[in-house]
Ligand binder design. Structure first.
Ligand code: ASP
Length: 412
């Protein structure tokens, strides 16, 4: 993954920059390249189901070998949820303030190439009930992501209750599948420069300037939300839970944050964050070894913000008014989607389909906007990864401090 390094970023940027004049001047002649964009979106969708399923099962099955680990496990999960939710709320508020996707004239419908299937569930209770799959295989085949996540969570927890031999048998297989999926994900992501070219041509052929303006405001909205999470929300959490100085912590985690910025991959950064947390923040190995790998897989504060803001943006561009229930669903599914996102470059985009489908949006018009979001995603992905990693290091310190307190009370 590191091999791509900066050169991959530059390739994407170059492809984006060249595609704009190419699309403006030769849009019609290059129309056939739109298929490349479409193929790329299909590749992204192809990896969602196995990636999300095995990421969740493996992460959950890893815990609970002892009473202590179980306690640490629940605390960690609790903290992961709270910090990601707080981050999503920042994105949500900012989105409702800026409204980046208003007044866009996107040609959608029968006389356009962009189609939209709207499938609005009637309410929150119905959505919650529908999360339970009546047939898990059917849910897998239909890419019913919330049901898949639900079943994977049950499966992962149940795996901790079977005999160690049975558990190991399965985990041997499922961890291999996950690793293979990461390899495939990296291949697909390596194709981004080509995919982006096709997607930008398509964007220019099928939209007008109002859409590009809204994309600019989307970048501002998400970028600002990420800055707020990194400079205000995360330090505040660190301070509130541990009374530690956030500036000192940031300095201690410097190497991890810089590695995340350079690789855009939480997984690739994991060894560096483990080292920083253990050596610079003094968190013991048993906690670091548990929380950091788990965090790199399922705790993604910034990706959660991205899933929410991205999905709201898509809905707004397509002219949907999202009421309270719908926004609540976005928050909830963005959290789940961030759990299922892989810690590799741009992987957050793969799971955004989960969020939009939960609010009933599907079709090539939505795919198309996702493609454009992807085209401008690189700088935002770099920010996200650093924030995701930083959130994991804070979680490790928070849990360790609370364990210290627990140990102190047990001793006294
Ligand atoms: N690149 C991010 C990470 O590795 C995931 C994302 O695309 O949001 O943490």
């Amino acid at each position: 993954m590191k091999k791509f390094g900066l050169s991959h970023h530059w390739l994407i940027f170059l492809s984006f920059v060249i595609a704009i004049p190419a699309g403006i001047f030769f849009g019609e002649q290059l129309k056939f390249l739109e298929y490349i964009g479409t193929a790329f979106i299909r590749l992204l969708k192809m990896i969602i189901v196995p990636l999300v399923t095995f990421s969740i099962i493996n992460a959950l099955a890893r815990f609970e070998q002892s009473e202590e680990l179980r306690r640490i496990g629940w605390k960690t999960l609790g903290y992961f949820m709270i910090s990601s939710l707080a981050a999503i709320v920042v994105g949500l508020l900012l989105f409702n303030f800026i409204n980046p996707g208003l007044n866009v004239d996107l040609p959608v419908g029968s006389d356009s190439e962009l189609s939209l299937q709207v499938n609005r569930p009637s309410g929150i209770l119905e959505i919650l009930v529908n999360i339970i799959p009546s047939n898990p295989i059917e849910a897998l085949a239909n890419m019913n992501m919330l049901s898949i996540i639900f079943f994977s969570i049950l499966f992962g927890i149940a795996l901790t209750r079977v005999s160690p031999k049975m558990k190991e048998n399965f985990l041997g297989f499922s961890e291999s599948v996950y690793e293979v999926m990461i390899v495939i994900t990296n291949w697909v992501i390596a194709l981004i420069p080509i995919g982006v070219f096709g997607l930008v041509i398509k964007a220019i052929n099928q939209t007008d300037v109002s859409f590009f303006k809204s994309v600019f405001w989307y970048i501002i909205t998400l970028g600002t939300a990420l800055v707020i999470v990194f400079f205000i929300v995360q330090p505040l959490f660190l301070f509130l839970f541990t009374r530690k100085n956030p500036i000192v912590h940031l300095r201690q985690m410097g190497d991890a944050v810089i590695t995340a910025l350079a690789t855009s991959s939480s997984l690739a950064t994991m060894p560096v964050s483990m080292k920083c947390v253990e050596e610079n923040a003094g968190v013991p190995k048993k906690i670091t070894n548990f929380i950091i790998p788990l965090g790199a897989t399922i705790n993604m504060d910034a990706s959660a913000v991205f899933e929410a803001v991205g999905a709201l943006f898509i809905a707004q561009v397509l002219g949907f008014e999202l009421g309270f229930t719908q926004q609540f669903i976005v928050v909830f599914t963005a959290l789940l989607a961030s759990i299922g996102a892989a810690g590799v470059p741009s992987a957050g985009i793969v799971v955004i389909f989960i969020v939009i489908e939960a609010i009933g949006i599907k079709g090539s018009a939505a795919d198309f906007i996702i493609g454009v979001i992807l085209a401008v995603d690189r700088p935002l992905d770099i920010m996200r990864t650093a924030i995701n990693i930083y959130g994991d290091t804070i979680a490790a310190v928070v849990v360790w401090e609370s364990e210290k307190d627990a140990e102190d009370t047990t001793i006294s």
